[in-house]
Design a protein. Structure first.
Length: 350
């Protein structure tokens, strides 16, 4: 697969996503601006798709200028099982835990997921995998933090006055199920003397397939199914230290949708020493993304050997920009990979 055909595949997938699904900004589920750094949040079929072992920590803080900051934290871990025993395919398992708190009432979500995926080798450079995820989540809020119109005494807010509103449960628990498919292609020489690497990831997933009830008032209201589609790639510019990483992500849940697209430019500063280990491979990446009708996102990623640290910031451009003064939120990520990405062959090669 040459560079031109690889780029065409990514563009075609992005075009299909945009055309088939109407775009409206906003989503009901947890999401991160550094979407590529939250693989299990995108698709359970990404479990084990790219690396033998991967661990990630993410943290996002947003809307601090509008209300109490929305804070989201995520941890994920995935690992392959038995890849060296079979050239036909391999299994992988994953764990994801995330927590989200929003607004003055601290409406919260805590969820723990276990995922499993099996990846089949299509040829020496590509795999196709299917994954499943099951989890347990708890939603909570603080009713005492709400202020209602009935509690306005004509002069000021009076917490001792009755709200006139029904009071539901302050926490609910539910089970959650999801599934997805993921295609991975990799052809590469990561060394500076070549740098002709090409990797492509394309996938589709669906979460909340069991549509659990999630109302604090114990009504029959169900959590809508969330669909995710994405395509990302990395193209090395031959005989240089530069690479480009375009990507597009689409999320849809009920009538709400979100489109995120952009690219990063990667510069490899140093090669990893294959023999002594004293010289660590390193690279920096800078990028810009756009979340449709909501925000421009600037990103920075620093990689050294098996570790990476990412930082991004959202610049709000939606109707909320008057209240937010254009400020969205900051996000951090930390990643560990094995084997060392500066030394390893294609993640999908057998």
């Amino acid at each position: 697969m040459n560079l031109k055909r690889s780029f065409q595949l990514v563009c075609l997938t992005a075009l299909i996503v945009i055309i088939l699904l109407p775009v409206r900004m906003s989503s009901q589920d947890v999401h991160f601006s550094q979407a590529g750094m939250t693989p299990l949040n995108l698709n359970p079929a990404q479990t084990g798709a790219q690396y033998n072992l991967r661990a990630l920590i993410n943290y996002k803080n947003q809307w601090g200028t509008v209300a109490a900051p929305y804070q989201t934290a995520n941890f994920s871990f995935d690992a392959r099982i038995g890849k060296n025993k079979s050239k036909k395919g391999f299994s992988a398992f994953g764990l994801q835990v995330f927590s989200d708190k929003a607004g003055d009432a601290e409406m919260g979500l805590f969820q723990a997921n276990l995922s499993y995926a099996y990846h089949v080798s299509l040829n020496e450079k590509s795999t196709l995998g299917a994954g499943f995820v099951g989890g347990f989540s708890q939603r909570s809020l603080k009713y005492a933090a709400f202020q209602w119109g009935n509690q306005y005494d004509g002069v000021d807010f009076n917490a001792s006055l009755p709200t006139g509103e029904p009071v539901g449960s302050d926490n609910i628990s539910l089970a959650d199920l999801g599934a997805g498919i993921h295609y991975e292609y990799g052809k590469e020489q990561r060394y500076m003397t070549g740098n002709d690497q090409k990797t492509i990831s394309v996938g589709f997933s669906a979460f909340h397939l069991n549509q659990p009830k999630y109302s604090f008032y114990k009504t029959d209201e169900k959590l809508p199914i969330k669909m995710v589609g994405y395509a990302s790639a990395l193209f090395g510019i031959s005989n240089s230290q530069l690479s480009i990483e375009p990507s597009v992500y689409y999320f849809r849940q009920s009538t709400q949708s979100e489109l995120l697209f952009g690219a990063r430019f990667r510069y490899q500063m140093r090669e990893e020493s294959k023999y002594t280990g004293y010289v660590k491979g390193s690279a920096i990446s800078l990028g810009t993304y756009y979340r449709n009708k909501d925000a421009f996102i600037t990103t920075f990623l620093f990689e050294i050997s098996q570790y990476a640290i990412g930082v991004s910031y959202d610049l709000n451009v939606s109707d909320l920009k008057t209240a937010s003064a254009g400020k969205g939120g900051i996000e951090f990520s930390i990643r560990f990979l094995s084997p060392n990405p500066f030394l390893s062959k294609s993640a999908s090669s057998f």
